[in-house]
Design a protein around this ligand. Sequence first.
Ligand code: GAL
Length: 401
Amino acid sequence: MERAFINFVFCGLLLLIGCVSSTTVRDLDPLIRRDLLANGLANTPPMGWNSWNHFSCKIDEKMIKETADALVSTGLAKLGYKYVNIDDCWAEIARDDKGNLVPKKSTFPSGIKALADYVHNKGLKLGIYSDAGYFTCSQTMPGSLGHEEQDAKTFASWGIDYLKYDNCFNDGSKPTVRYPVMTRALMKAGRPIFFSLCEWGDLHPALWGAKIGNSWRTTGDIADTWESMTSRIDMNDVYAELARPGGWNDPDMLEVGNGGMTKDEYISHFSLWAISKAPLLIGCDVRNATKETMQIISNSEVIAVNQDALGVQGKKVRMEGDQEVWAGPLSGYRVAVVLQNRGPHRINITARWDDIGIPPNSVVEARDLWLHKTLKKQFVGHLTATMNGHACKMFILKPIS
Ligand code: GAL
């Protein structure tokens, strides 16, 4: 089974390199022909929370602290959600007279170091945001272009654990030139800081991201709709073979709990992100999350697929009309499967062993990860399930003979 998988990976990789413009590959800056990032992080995809999808610029230190409290009190932290990530709009528009970034006095009066201490005391980690340009996307704070070493030092001195690095208002130079400057600066600053490249997939960062970052956005921004969510995961799927422990494809943050999709659609969103080994960064207000939202983002069996030690991104292995089969290998010769109904009507979807990398005559035990039940029936050759419009079924299949 493993050899079949390696062949599958290899063919996919050749196909991908053929598909993306060969100019892009040839044009890679010599600076990143070798690995620059050795921070030992991201063995599994990162898990945590980020302020942008729900709060955009309406953030302050009180809300960030309350979010950290809520991650602990709801049990989300114990499930692995440890990064508390502040997105855009946390700094003053002007640097101080020494050129340092300054936390916004009206919203972060105690400063970022105090916030990092607070978050660390809860056993969590603090993330921050900057930009490989002159301003961040909101235009309310400076970017780090030309200040990389100084800003990396500042972040390290504050105790920052994660940096999301955006792409707005840059100087027109290639991301393959601008992003490695921050990688070097972070390495020099001497603190292991998860480096999240937010380059929106412009120059196929999956092809070069692993040398300089721990994750790379493969898409533009997600919105809280079915169409946006499904299109993000499809764009991300193209690069499946390039994810690996240490560096992950990032189809953008979760929208679960923000109200724009149905329960079934959010379950699909979470399942597809999990099997695709995407960062699981909650994007709702966890202080006021509903029971339904909590049930989805707290599904420890689905999270375990995302965090599995094998670290292989699952991919779409069959698509026929509205029927989609997503699959990926897990440790222990198990296989994760998502049967995804992309259409509005109730349908059957079948996972065939030869599509999902299980030997033809294997007898398989199936665990339904949303029902939390191991099915009584054993399966040979295929497994068929029925689901409503925009709903999915997620299984772990385990060959038992
Ligand atoms: C976008 C980025 C978003 C968010 C926003 C902040 O470029 O993709 O995730 O960070 O900027 O302004």
